[in-house]
Design a protein around this ligand. Structure first.
Ligand code: NAG
Ligand code: NAG
Length: 159
């Protein structure tokens, strides 16, 4: 079963999570590296439609389904965003530290390494069943902003 296979991949001590959209045909193509070319829907649907698509699995094996309201979803998103910012802060600290090991400004940016990071993110995204377009755009944005940041550190810092 997909869930059991994915569980060891998650590092969070409390929660592992996966989307059920992968197993059903509905929406599955939106997880690919290229989004499908389909006409925009003109539906006006009574909400909520469909059935909850987020499944949280406590490591004790309990499955809980979410969500019952937009409020509940936004609280979860805010919580995740806070964690993302914390991780990005840590990442930026290491990017800054890397500058100490670069002797010239031209060696700050290593395009081949950047390509590798984005490609690995795309592969891992596919592996864990997350939308590849989100992984690609996110990691491109992280690198596109980290390189100028590291160059700025190099230009403005003096041993
Ligand atoms: C499993 O963990 C969840 C929270 O992570 C808790 O709500 C639930 O009661 C636990 N179930 C058991 C059987 O311990
Ligand atoms: C990152 O920069 C590359 C090269 O300039 C560009 O092709 C790409 O669209 C940028 N991506 C994002 C998310 O900013």
């Amino acid at each position: 079963m997909l869930f059991q296979q994915l569980l060891p991949l998650f590092t969070s001590p409390l929660l592992a999570f996966a989307s059920s959209s992968l197993t059903g045909a509905s929406g599955a193509s939106c997880y690919a590296s290229t989004l499908p070319s389909v006409p925009p829907s003109t539906d006006d649907r009574p909400v909520p439609w469909g059935s909850p698509s987020v499944h949280f699995s406590a490591l004790n094996g309990t499955l809980t389904t979410c969500c019952d309201s937009l409020d509940e979803i936004r609280i979860a998103l805010d919580d995740i965003d806070e964690k993302l910012l914390d991780l990005l802060n840590q990442r930026a600290a290491y990017v800054r530290e890397a500058t100490r090991f670069k002797s010239t400004r031209s060696s700050v940016n290593v395009p081949s390494r950047n390509d590798e990071v984005v490609q690995e993110a795309e592969e891992q995204a596919e592996h864990i069943g997350m939308p590849v377009t989100i992984a690609r755009a996110t990691f491109e944005a992280i690198l596109n902003s980290s390189v100028p940041f590291e160059q700025c550190i190099f230009d403005t810092s003096h041993p």
